[in-house]
Design a protein around this ligand. Structure first.
Ligand SMILES: *[C@@H]1O[C@H](CO)[C@@H](O)[C@H](O)[C@H]1NC(C)=O
Ligand SMILES: *[C@@H]1O[C@H](CO)[C@@H](O)[C@H](O)[C@H]1NC(C)=O
Ligand SMILES: *[C@@H]1O[C@H](CO)[C@@H](O)[C@H](O)[C@H]1NC(C)=O
Length: 364
């Protein structure tokens, strides 16, 4: 009996894994530095030239690709799990022959809200890019003309495509927090930021998208950038993992707001499959017990940086003079102060695929 149960569990679950390749013919991704595979680099990377240099890309690709990590990102692991090629950046393929297996519209630094919102708040000049979510949607509509012509043809193709909307919104808060705005001030922005994400989802569904993944936020209060620039002299500002409690609670607040909005969208578009990807929940064990998962460098200290208690130095950030990288990035969670290492992204991806942190599940 035990053997039979084992057999059923084993073979049912491996069947579901084996059936995932071929489930989608294409992936379209919208986002920021968590998923950009080269658009920002192709735009000149003026606000963040360090990304043009090693050690960015030192693992796996062995050269800088425009990805904000030492190696692959979650979008790369998602492409791998479905047996699709890595997503080329839109700006590399926009003028070439149509790419039928998916394109990436994400740009490092991109915001969900338009730049005009930030200029009205006097924090526009801090932005790294103006290629916000609405610009990325414009790129998608432009590309669509080369992919399909009739509505029927587009619907058939997009029905077999996976759309990722985000993570988006992180930068809408991260830049203002660093500028000095408070948690209380930014809470008032959450409905607008989530509203911009919901609007993008509506537009994509109207364009024919059916399956989409909408991720939430990482616990940014655990990042070396926040721990360095927004440090507190008050011990009670930190949780037992050493993360800044108030910022993490803020990013969870965004996630809860987003989840409520997604529920409304599911009711509005019952034919669509809107999957929420819980980046926060999937990554939190890394911060609680990093060594348990082989991250012997811990979770809070960046692998690549210019010194200081968390190895983050604003005037010597990763890829720039004055910074150095750790010997073994796979032993670190934090890559450059704000982005994760390939090993950490791989850990989180596996929990999204197999650990129940995407709901409804991405692989079924
Ligand atoms: C964004 O647009 C504003 C206004 O047009 C411009 O001043 C700014 O330089 C642009 N920023 C970037 C990073 O391109
Ligand atoms: C430290 O933070 C706690 C709660 O966050 C607060 O009650 C306390 O007054 C703070 N102490 C100082 C010295 O700021
Ligand atoms: C940060 O980098 C600057 C420029 O390289 C350097 O002068 C400074 O000492 C560094 N600070 C720390 C805390 O390492």
């Amino acid at each position: 009996m035990k053997i039979l149960v084992f057999f059923l569990l084993c073979c049912l679950s491996s069947k579901s894994v084996l059936s995932s390749p071929g489930r989608y013919e294409a992936i379209f991704n919208f986002g920021n530095s968590l998923s950009d595979t080269g658009n920002f680099l192709l735009s000149g990377a003026l606000a963040f030239p360090g990304i043009k240099n090693l050690p960015y890309g030192e693992t796996f690709f062995h050269h800088p690709t425009g990805r904000c990590s030492n190696g692959r990102l979650m979008i790369d692991f998602i492409a791998e799990v479905f047996g699709l090629p890595f997503l080329p950046p839109y700006l590399a393929v926009a003028k070439g022959p149509p790419v039928r297996t998916g394109v990436n519209f994400a740009v490092v630094g991109a915001t969900a809200l338009d730049p005009s919102f930030f200029y009205a708040q006097k924090i526009g000049p801090l932005l790294w890019t103006n290629d916000s979510l609405s610009v990325q949607l414009g790129w998608f509509k432009n590309l669509k003309k080369s992919l399909c012509t009739t509505k029927q043809e587009c619907d058939d193709y997009f029905k077999k495509s996976l759309f990722l909307v985000g993570e988006m919104g992180g930068n809408d808060y991260i830049f203002p927090f660093i500028f000095g705005l408070s948690v209380k001030q930014l809470r008032a922005w959450v409905p607008q930021v989530v509203g911009a994400i919901a609007r993008a989802i509506r537009i994509l569904i109207e364009e024919g998208a059916v399956d989409m993944v909408v991720p939430g936020q990482f616990p940014v209060g655990c990042s070396a950038v926040f721990l360095t620039l927004l440090h507190s002299p008050n011990k009670s500002a930190y949780d037992p993992s050493g993360c800044l409690k108030a910022y993490n609670a803020f990013f969870e607040y965004h996630d809860n707001y987003l989840k409520q909005e997604l529920q409304k969208l599911r009711e509005e578009y019952s034919h669509a499959r809107i999957m929420y990807a819980d980046y926060y929940g999937a990554s939190i064990p890394l911060y609680r017990t990093p060594k348990h998962y082989g991250f012997y460098g811990g979770a809070l200290r960046a692998c690549c940086g210019g010194g200081g208690p968390y190895n983050y130095n604003n005037s010597a950030s990763c890829g720039n003079p004055g910074s150095t990288a750790c010997e073994d990035p796979s032993a670190f969670v934090d890559w450059d102060g704000i982005h994760l290492t390939e090993a950490a992204y791989h850990f989180v991806s596996k929990r999204l695929f197999y650990g129940g942190f995407t709901s409804p599940p991405l692989l079924s």
